[in-house]
Design a protein around this ligand. Structure first.
Ligand SMILES: C[S@@+](CC[C@H](N)C(=O)[O-])C[C@H]1O[C@@H](n2cnc3c(N)ncnc32)[C@H](O)[C@@H]1O
Length: 153
């Protein structure tokens, strides 16, 4: 029995490693950094965000001028259409959301298509120590990003 369990586990592990490898290949070939495609085909991420972000934000204590980081904002759809409306629920709250992404293409796209006076889009690799932000953050969000990080170590 132990033998079969080990066999099953090692096969699953191999499949998982293979999937991670394919995913990494797609990212390194930059196919997934195309903002137009990402924006057009990210209904799955949007559905998750619509469900999860309200659940996460409902018990948060919002202050008048919170600085919020959305790390790995991608095309900016979720930043503007899902996160921002949940944060600004009354007129006394006037936050600034920093939508940050390592991809210049994503940032350029978001700055045009999902611009807002409450959002600053900027390119940065949040894993780098020299990453300089103009402020400290009161809240940090990140959706569907960890598996996109190339250096998983
Ligand atoms: C699947 S997209 C998610 C976009 C958005 N958060 C959403 O929910 O639709 C992941 C994003 O993370 C970004 N990313 C990956 N590694 C990053 C890093 N080290 N620093 C900043 N952004 C990163 C990618 O460029 C990509 O746009």
């Amino acid at each position: 029995m132990d033998f079969f369990k080990k066999l099953l586990f090692s096969n699953l592990l191999k499949k998982l490693q293979f999937l991670l490898f394919c995913h990494k290949l797609l990212i390194t070939e930059k196919k997934m950094y195309d903002p137009d495609s990402y924006d057009a085909y990210s209904e799955f991420q949007r559905r998750d965000a619509r469900e999860l972000i309200p659940y996460i934000t409902e018990n948060m204590d919002w202050r008048k001028a919170d600085n919020i980081l959305d790390f790995g904002c991608g095309s900016g759809f979720n930043t503007k259409n899902i996160l921002l409306p949940l944060v600004v629920q009354d007129e006394n709250i006037n936050p600034l959301i920093y939508g940050v992404d390592v991809s210049n293409k994503m940032i350029d796209f978001a700055s045009v298509k999902y611009a807002s006076p409450n959002i600053v889009y900027m390119q940065a690799d949040v894993l780098k120590d020299d990453c300089e932000f103009p402020c400290k953050f009161d809240k940090i969000f990140s959706f569907h990003v960890l598996h996109w990080i190339l250096d998983q170590e």
